[in-house]
Design a protein around this ligand. Sequence first.
Ligand code: SF4
Length: 345
Amino acid sequence: MINQSYTNIEIIIVNDGSTDDSIKFIEPYLDNPRIKYFTQINKGLGEARNVGIRNASGTLITFVDSDDWVDLDLYGMFFLDRMRDKNGADIYRTKTKFRYPIQKDRQGNYKIKSGEMIRVCMTSDFFLEEADAWRDEAWEIMSQRRDVKFFLLTKRPERVADHLPYNWGEGWENIFFNVTTENQQRADERIPILLDLPFRHKGIMCAPFIGPVSIRKYLEYGQIEQVLCDGARPCNYDWVKSLRQECVDFNVTFVFCGTGRRFLKDGRLYKIEGNGLQSQQAYRSGMSYRGKPIHFDLYDDLGYPIPDDRLHVPNFRERCQTCVMKIICNGCSDCGSCEKRERDR
Ligand code: SF4
């Protein structure tokens, strides 16, 4: 909280009669002028929050519980949204992108080529409750494009079984289903559900990677085909090495996408600012590993299998040769996003 990129905040700590060592963790910060500290006999969460509200002097209030993860840009993003008169918590159906997978060019060809991969809702969650009303239409689009791979990512695997399309059967070949596993607790909650679900292609994404994760016992089932890992608050290199080794042992592709802003290596904490630099350092670490290729059986509009030589061939430019994402990238479409990352370095 004290390292937020947006600094015009006050941090109110309410110690609700804790009987553990909480105060030892709080004391070193009490000199910070942005921190207000209150203590009371235990009255429960609601009353603790009321104390915070009564003593807040700002116009916007958020609650951060002890098991919450807070991105360093959280309040900066709130601030920017406010300046633009937007609410980042709004959930809405995008106007132009939603049907993009079935849009055609002037020649009547799909804009997305057979064999390309589309990453769906990467900054949100495909299985959000608020999106239930639109999901059938999204499934319909994916069903129409059995020649394109769709990468789905969720933190809510427990909702998935009840929200699959009526014609799902044993699963569609073109859907690559992934769950996020930020630490061991989340891995142990979500991966067993992932293994039980009827998907033909499964992967996990340890992002933000905030604690050591061991997935060896899950890899033994042979269902997980890819593991992505992206560091966050101090990301320990030992966690990355150990997770990678498990993937290597099972010949599963492992991609270390970024170090995060704080990277702990050989007992030294490195501050690495900028997403570009974080991915560059991840590339230099040589931790990514190309395991067994993932083969998707893709079909044309008439339901015939498409041979590999008719599928999209990724086009890589010079800068791609040293990009950590190359292993899983569709190739360069000259969209400009990589240049933006370069500028962030
Ligand atoms: S297109 Fe961009 S993300 Fe993909 S490999 Fe090239 S530089 Fe990396």
